[in-house]
Design a binder for this molecule. Structure first.
Ligand code: IPE
Ligand code: IPE
Ligand code: MG
Length: 236
């Protein structure tokens, strides 16, 4: 079983346009898909689910769409927090908090605080997240510590560099899922996905169901993960 699944929730806009609806209707429908995938992950015993909800590059979209996405995040936590608590979900947000409005920051902090003790599933929401920005931020921290004499550059290795990333303490994703037919990472978890298995589907995110999740997991279990070695049984 994958311990950690990461999903690029893509295709909301095209889903809506295909139905003659505004793009924001697609983002709203995407929330329903997230709800059922959270449930599905719990049913499969997945321990971590990371979802890409807003990238640092998504600021390039029209202000009206950006505002709608910000509003939807606040609304999602407002509406879902009780259910998430009941399901034993711990919410964590990764990404740059600077640049977000007070309302969005408060929603994030309150969701994290209220679910801090839950242990069934960690729902990690990548919001205002960009992987290169994350790596640069970590490099700045390391450089600052080294220049103050608090860190010996010689001791920087893969394990401890990871502890300066937003994902410190979270195991790397085993399985990365991208719906909507796109086959690229779009600046998502570049460091963390070094050895993740990828699974793509042309289904748009709002149409993504527990059955698609089960299909991705089944395919994952057939894969042989070798990490550069010669490997053993598939799905290991
Ligand atoms: C993903 O759906 C959600 C965000 C990027 C915020 P899109 O809005 O990218 O949908 P498409 O790719 O345009 O269909
Ligand atoms: C990636 O999707 C970001 C999120 C799903 C939040 P995009 O739709 O922004 O990615 P590109 O622009 O197609 O690469
Ligand atoms: Mg997209």
């Amino acid at each position: 079983m994958p311990q950690h699944i990461a999903i690029i929730m893509d295709g909301n806009g095209r889903w809506a346009v295909r139905r003659g609806l505004p793009r924001t209707a697609g983002h709203r429908a995407g929330i329903e898909a997230l709800r059922s995938v959270v449930e599905g992950c719990i049913e499969h015993g997945v321990r971590y689910l990371t979802v890409f909800a807003f990238s640092t590059e998504n600021w390039r979209r029209p202000k009206s769409e950006v505002d709608a996405l910000m509003g939807l995040l606040v609304e999602y936590f407002d509406r879902e927090i009780v259910r998430l608590c009941r399901e034993g979900v711990r919410v964590r947000i990764i990404g740059e908090r600077e640049g977000l409005t007070e309302a969005v920051r408060e929603a994030i902090e309150s969701a994290e605080d209220r679910t801090r003790c839950n242990e069934r599933l960690d729902l990690i929401v990548a919001f205002n997240y960009g992987s290169r920005a994350e790596i640069c931020r970590a490099a700045r921290t390391v450089a600052a510590l080294a220049s103050k004499g608090e860190l010996d550059p010689e001791t920087v290795d893969e394990a401890n560099f990871g502890s300066y990333l937003y994902t410190a303490g979270i195991p790397d994703p085993d399985l990365l899922i991208r719906p909507s037919g796109e086959m690229r990472l779009s600046n998502f978890l570049l460091w963390q996905c070094a050895y993740s298995e990828f699974w793509f589907t042309s289904v748009y995110w709002p149409d993504f169901t527990k059955a698609h999740l089960a299909e991705a997991i089944a395919e994952y279990r057939r894969r042989a993960r070798r990490y550069g070695g010669l490997g053993a049984a598939p799905g290991g």
